[in-house]
Write a protein that binds this ligand. Structure first.
Ligand code: FAD
Length: 589
């Protein structure tokens, strides 16, 4: 029905529009360019103009770190479309180096400054789309404006960064998020020695700490120095040239270059001045048709805040996918507003909200996630959740080259709804997260993951794909086949920790105080768990562990059917090691 309605809407819009309206778009990159092109495909008669303050439209800002790293060698490859192409393909006029300086919503006009001549003029609109993106956060720290302190948002920024890299031997990257990590990798590629400083106790804060620790380890293994719990306080020129970066630990780090990558904030100043509502994050408030508080103004991309589908909170999200999709939604709903009698009917086009599905490459490791992490859930007051860990191969073990995927699935204990997933590994990671992301968007549960029919051949996956396994393990907990033990209570619980690995594996490292009975021996040695002379033991829980959780699960079923009160330490020793490492990292100065 929805599809039929959408197709009808498009056909009707295309054929019935008689008098052209004027759509003006501020900002011509991801959201703005996508909105413009879609609007033209829906309406031949409208006038569509883009005003973009930089010299470029529709460029690949996501490719900039790789241009600095010389993976992308030619600047022209970053240009997804040019003003000429917008003109030739879409009859859209693009005004580059034109900054929109004010909006007059009552008169439906914008003020535009031609940056080449300095001349200002007014431009009318019937519909205005704000696609102004986000600004890099630049705290007012001493020395932040020194020439060696750089950000990377635009093509001119990347030119400057490439020039700086030519002369640099060392760099401090401030911020361990997506862009910070991509920059670190690309600077190392250019033979620069890199230190990441991150104020939080971990890099990659959208991950939970025990997942992020793998990323920190990967950085270190590739020669990057990682300092967490370490905030930059000031920059100064170094006597011998370069910079001194003063940090909260009292140290001073010398570097030829500092890259500031501590996040962005919505570039909503124009909208605020025009009286358009913004939310608590500073992003422009929009409804699900991307319309702002002004009925003639829409907003898309990094500049808006929308609803997080997991937590229900309003948030900005600086990602290219949502910006592009929002641009399309805005184009469709603008048409609906122009021609309500023809386009409103059953169009069903709306923005569904965000879930922060994202991916990052770190020296051959893929880090991907979707939905909420534990911190975000707690912050949103959601307490009825559980998590499971698993470490399956990205394809079957018998086919050469299987690499582990470290996967964490978070789900509602009330109804099994998937709340979030995080994965780290060398291969097949983003595919699993994408599948889970789609299931989440459709309101899916762990039972849906358990039943998902996914493609399989030995070199690609497994008959029980990691996505199925995650669903099966989580579904087993909800059905009462086993209960996950709370890793965080390991030290405070009086449970017997039973390790069912082989004696050799146990000798190589185990949880302090744990008991080792290998799985094959367990049936014969079950009485050792509750010695007859010790009444107290009978009332203790048995928490099971093994390498990755599989043998522990088998042992659980065995023990449960023998009347024991059993829980599984999800993900086994492979999870334990990261939890211990994450704890010691967060405690590090
Ligand atoms: P932008 O694409 O930022 O476009 C906004 C445009 O508006 C700018 O060109 C700006 O010049 C213009 N503008 C602003 N104010 C005015 C004004 N007053 N008048 C005229 N023009 C104006 N996302 C991912 O999903 N994956 C990635 O791998 C990824 N990597 C990234 C790497 C880097 C280095 C950067 C900077 C971003 C990356 N992103 C990535 C984020 C992604 O690029 C953004 O989320 C996306 O571009 C947002 O689109 P937008 O249209 O809202 O804003």
């Amino acid at each position: 029905m929805v599809w039929k309605g959408r197709i009808e809407c498009i056909l009707i819009c295309t054929h019935m529009i008689e008098n052209g309206k004027r759509i003006v778009i501020v900002g011509g990159v991801a959201g703005g360019a996508s909105c413009a092109a879609r609007a033209r495909r829906l309406c031949e008669k409208c006038t569509i103009e883009i005003f973009e303050k930089s010299p470029f439209v529709s460029f690949a800002n996501c490719g900039l770190p790789y241009y600095v790293g010389n993976v992308i060698t030619e600047e022209k490859n970053l240009l997804v479309a040019t003003p000429q192409r917008f003109h030739d393909y879409f009859n859209i006029k693009v005004h580059t180096e034109h900054e929109v300086t004010a909006i007059d919503p009552a008169a439906r006009e914008i003020e535009v400054c031609d940056l080449k001549t300095g001349v200002r003029r007014s431009e009318p609109y019937d519909a205005l789309v704000m696609a102004t993106g986000a600004n890099a956060i630049r705290p007012p720290l001493p020395g932040i404006d020194l020439p060696g302190v750089r950000i990377l948002r635009t093509i001119p920024d990347s030119r400057r960064m490439r020039a700086a890299v030519e002369k640099a031997g060392s760099a401090v990257v401030v911020g361990g998020g997506f862009i910070g990590l991509e920059m670190a990798e690309n600077l190392v590629r250019r033979n620069i020695s890199v230190t990441i400083i991150e104020a939080a106790p971990q890099v990659m804060t959208p991950l939970d700490p025990e997942m992020a620790i793998r990323v920190a380890q990967q950085l270190k293994e590739n020669g990057v120095e990682v300092r967490v719990n370490c905030a930059v306080e000031s920059f100064a020129e170094s006597k011998g040239g370069g910079l001194e970066v003063h940090v909260s630990t009292g140290e001073s780090l010398r570097a030829d270059l500092a890259v500031l990558a501590i996040g962005v904030k919505p570039a909503a100043e124009l909208a605020v001045t025009a009286g358009i509502d913004t939310g608590s994050s500073g992003g422009i408030h929009v409804d699900d048709s991307m319309r702002t508080s002004d009925p003639n103004i829409w907003a898309v991309g990094d500049v808006v805040e929308t609803t997080d589908i997991v937590t229900g909170t309003r948030r900005p999200l600086a990602l290219a996918g949502p910006a592009n999709r929002q641009g399309r939604v805005a184009a469709a709903t603008i048409m609906r507003s122009f021609y309500p009698e023809t386009c409103e009917r059953r169009s069903g086009i709306r923005f569904r909200g965000v879930q922060a599905t994202s991916v990052c490459g770190v020296f051959g490791m893929t880090v991907a996630m979707t939905g909420a992490n534990e911190r975000a859930l707690q912050h949103a007051g959601i307490e009825d959740f559980e998590r499971v860990y698993l470490h399956p191969g990205h394809h079957v073990g018998y086919y050469p080259g299987a690499r582990p995927i470290h996967l964490k699935l978070i789900y509602s204990t009330t109804d099994g709804r998937i709340l979030g997933a995080q994965a780290v590994g060398e291969a097949g990671v983003e595919r699993r997260i994408d599948v889970i992301a789609m299931a989440m968007q459709m309101g899916g549960t762990v039972f849906d993951l358990e039943e998902a029919e996914l493609c399989y051949a030995p070199q690609f996956g497994a008959a029980k794909d990691p996505v199925n396994l995650a669903g099966m393990i989580a579904a087993n907990t909800l059905r009462g086949d086993f209960s996950p033990a709370a890793w965080e209570e390991l030290n405070s619980s009086n449970a017997v920790v039973l390790d069912v690995r082989s004696p050799e594996e146990f000798r190589d490292g185990h949880i302090p105080g744990s008991v080792n009975i290998p799985l094959p021996d367990l049936r014969g040695r079950i009485d050792e768990l509750s010695p007859a002379e010790s009444e107290e033991w009978k009332h203790r829980e048995v928490w099971l562990t093994c390498g990755v959780g599989q043998r522990a699960y088998y042992a659980t079923r065995l023990l449960m059917q023998n009347g024991y009160n059993v829980k599984v330490l999800s993900g086994g020793m492979m999870t334990y090691e990261t939890l211990v490492a994450a704890r010691s990292q967060s405690a590090a100065p």
